[in-house]
Design a protein around this ligand. Sequence first.
Ligand code: C2E
Ligand code: MG
Ligand code: MG
Ligand code: MG
Length: 287
Amino acid sequence: YRAKENKDSFQFYASEMNASIEEKLVLLEGLRGALEACVDPACQDPAACQFQLLYQPKVDLRSGRLFGVEALIRWQHPEQGLISPLRFIGLAEESGLVVPLGDWVLRTACAQAQAWHAAGLPPLTVSVNVSARQFEDKRLVERVAGALRDSGLAPAALELEVTESAIMRDLARSVETMRELEAMGVSLSIDDFGTGYSSLSALKSFPISRLKIDKSFVRDLAHNPDDQAIAMAVISLGHKLDLRVIAEGVETEQQRDFLRANDCDEMQGYLFSRPVPPGQIAALLAR
Ligand code: C2E
Ligand code: MG
Ligand code: MG
Ligand code: MG
C-alpha cells in the first residue's frame, strides 16, 4: 500500500504543479497584454495602462529632509486586483519581458520626476530598480539616455538600484556598464546590500554612490545584536569607501534612532511613509 500512497501523493503534487504552471502562464499572458497596451504609442489613454508606479520617500537621517523617492511598480490586474512586484517581476525576468517593462518604468519615472521639477517642487532624486536581466541588456545605457532625453530630466536626478547578484553575473561587463552610466551623470546604488555575495575587492571597483542596507537586517535592529553588528559594519564599510548608506524597511522609531546614533545617512520605510501615488509627494515634502 506504500506504493499506492506514494503514487497518489505524486499525482497530487503533479496536479498542484500543473496548476501553478498554468497560473504562471496565465499571468505571463496577462503581463504581455498589459505591457503592449502601456507601450503602444497609439494608445493615448493612461487609464488603459494596468501598471502604475508608486513612489516611496527617502529621507536624510540628520536633517529629516525628503531628498528622493524610489519608484515601485504595481500591477492593477483586471480580475486579480492589485498584484505585488514580488509576484510578477520574477516572471518578467524569466521571460525577458522585464526589459520592455523596465523601459516603461524608467520612462515613466523620469517623466514624473521632471513633472515635479517643472511644478516647482524642491529637487528630488528618483531611484529606479534595475533587475539582473535589464542590467545585462546591451542597450541599457542607450535606454537610460533615451529616457533622460525624452523627459528632459537631468541625469543627476536619476539613480539606478542594482543588486549585488545582478552585478556579479558578469563582473567585468557590469563595471563597464556602471562606468558608462557614471560618465553620463546617473548615479548607482547597491540594493539589498548584504544579501548577495559581492566580494569586498569587487565593491571597491564599483563606481557607485550608495549602499542600501537590506530590510532583513533592519527588521530586528532594535533587539538583535547580530543585526546591529551587521548594520554598523555596513555603515562603516560604506563610509570608508566614501559612499552614502541608506537603510530600507525602517518601520519604528527605535530602528531609526539606532541608525541615526550609528551614523547611517538616510532611511526609507513605513515609519516615514509607505510608497504613495505621485500626487501625494508634494504634501509629504511640505511635512
Ligand atoms: P526593493 O527594491 O528592495 O524595494 C523595497 C521593498 O520594500 C518594496 O516592496 C517596498 O514597498 C518595501 N518596503 C518599503 N518600506 C518598507 C517597510 O518599512 N517595511 C517593509 N516590510 N517593507 C517596506 P515592493 O514595492 O513590493 O517591491 C518588492 C521588490 O520588487 C523590490 O524590492 C524590487 O526588487 C522589485 N521591484 C519593485 N518595483 C520594481 C521595478 O519597477 N522594476 C524592477 N526591476 N523591480 C522592481
Ligand atoms: Mg530598490
Ligand atoms: Mg531593497
Ligand atoms: Mg529588499
